[in-house]
Ligand binder design. Structure first.
Ligand code: PA5
Length: 461
């Protein structure tokens, strides 16, 4: 029995169905490229190159993070300020491993503070967070790898300003912890100058690959998530992937090969559809990882977020009978943490529903997942079927690392650089310029000129 994840790919490798043909041999032919990719990854890690640091995270000592988590855990609330890779991983961990209504639980039923993420620069969202906390009993965790992202800095100034107004700057500073690059950006000198707490995002670890660093682990540990188990799951996955040097036995190589080969056949959208509420934010996290890592140089595949069974009643019509331009990943969990035995009914009009009587809801959601997979397969659409034995810190750590690996390998196969994000940086520069940051006036002019082009044609209602 697998400990972390099983990948079934029969319905993604069927020559008789759908467009093009995709044979096992074609997949196996990728083996030399995978061996090269593996060498490239290990060399990048050894040489401490920018982007490759995530490969070492499973083997870190989480001691310093756990120490700060202990300090954090006694607050009534945490506001984590960060965006993209500095927020989505935290949401994913909480969604998968904490009670779905964690913040609403009474304190004695929570293992840590309430947790809020201030990522967007929507004034309404930020006011709403401030309304929910007691400033005297709140910590601010400011996360930015670059230490300069405008959204994060604006939100930090808002919340820090509010705290300072209540208790004075010095006391407010005692409630601030920054997580940033060891050297770059404005947050590192800020922590040096003010003496506020800080943790490092290890060099070489990029934003969207940082969830298993202080970025994701600090808040997780402060709320009672077992971060050692997350790391153990990731470390075992790392050993299994790197230790299996043949295509046929390596699930990460196979998954990357299939995403790549289907993509080349015009299936440029990857629909990820877990059948578990606890994985809804995993897909949000995956979408960023996939989109920012492999969408460049005119190449890339579009991540599509879905949730089973809900999206059966929203998206599946398109998925089954629409164009053959997608590869589907459906994820099921073998053993759920809780179950419901569906009661029967004696009401005359409802007795027809008794076919469900005494069936388990965990069984029903699995049948739903299988039904969707079967319907897709029937209509000639390729499906990858993933199964987790259960959802816990160990398997989630493994799944995170698995998809980071698959993403890097897919980028390698596409001959693009999976660890940078020039398109994101361009948007950041335009925002700096438009907000008046020194040295970015040329960017502001360019953005305004481009935007004027967008406004050229108008129609109103
Ligand atoms: O993956 C990335 O590098 C980006 O999406 C970042 O996570 C995001 O832009 C936030 O950047 P930073 O952590 O530097 O503030």
């Amino acid at each position: 029995m697998t400990k972390i994840v099983d990948l079934y790919f029969g319905a993604a490798l069927d020559e008789s169905r759908g467009k093009g043909s995709l044979s096992m041999n074609e997949l196996l032919d990728l083996e030399p490229r995978m061996l090269e990719a593996e060498k490239w990854l290990q060399k990048g890690l050894r040489d401490n190159l920018e982007g490759f640091g995530w490969l070492g995270l499973p083997f870190q000592d989480p001691g310093p993070i756990l120490e700060q988590a202990e300090w954090l855990s006694v607050f009534g609330s945490i506001i984590q300020i960060g965006i993209g890779g500095s927020a989505l991983g935290n949401r994913m961990l909480n969604n998968a491993l904490l009670h779905p209504y964690y913040n609403e639980l009474p304190r004695e039923q929570r293992k840590g503070p309430k947790f809020f993420i201030a990522d967007n620069v929507d004034p309404e969202g930020n006011h709403a967070i401030w309304d929910m906390v007691d400033p005297e009993d709140t910590a601010l965790v400011v996360v930015s790898k670059s230490g300069s992202t405008a959204e994060t800095m604006a939100n930090f100034m808002f919340f820090f300003g509010k705290m300072s107004a209540v208790m004075g700057t010095q006391v407010a500073l005692e409630r601030v912890l920054v997580i940033t690059d060891p050297e770059k950006g404005t947050l590192r000198p800020f922590s040096g100058e003010t003496g506020c707490r800080s943790l490092e995002i290890p060099q070489g670890v990029g934003g969207r690959y940082s969830v298993l660093s202080s970025v994701g682990l600090l808040s997780a540990a402060s709320m009672g998530i077992n971060v050692r188990e997350l790391l153990r799951g990731a470390a075992e996955t790392s050993a299994l992937i790197s230790g299996t040097r043949e295509m046929a036995g390596n699930s990460a190589w196979i998954a990357a090969g299939l995403y790549y080969l289907h993509g080349l056949r015009g299936r440029s959208m990857d629909v990820f559809m877990p059948y578990a509420d606890g994985l809804e934010n995993f897909v949000e996290w995956f979408a960023q990882l996939w989109a920012e890592s492999i969408g460049k140089d005119g190449k890339g595949f579009t991540p599509v977020r879905a949730l089973g069974a809900i999206d059966q009643h929203s998206q599946v019509q398109l998925y089954t009978e629409g164009p053959d331009d997608k590869l589907f990943t459906i994820l099921d969990i073998r053993k759920r943490r809780q179950d419901i035995r569906i009661p029967g009914t004696e009401h005359g009009a409802l007795v027809g529903l008794n076919y469900m009587k005494d069936k388990n809801m965990s069984e029903m959601i699995t049948f739903e997942a299988r039904s969707t997979a079967a319907a897709l397969y029937r209509f000639g659409k390729p499906v990858l079927w993933l199964e987790l034995p259960e959802l816990n810190a160990f398997t989630l750590g493994g799944l995170i690392f698995f998809y980071e690996y698959v993403t890097a390998l897919t980028g390698y196969l596409l001959s693009i650089e999976p660890f940078d994000q020039p398109g994101v940086e361009q948007g950041k520069k335009y925002t700096y310029g438009l907000m008046g940051r020194e040295g970015f006036s040329e960017q502001a002019r360019e953005a305004e000129e481009l935007f004027a082009g967008i406004l050229k044609q108008k129609v109103s209602l």
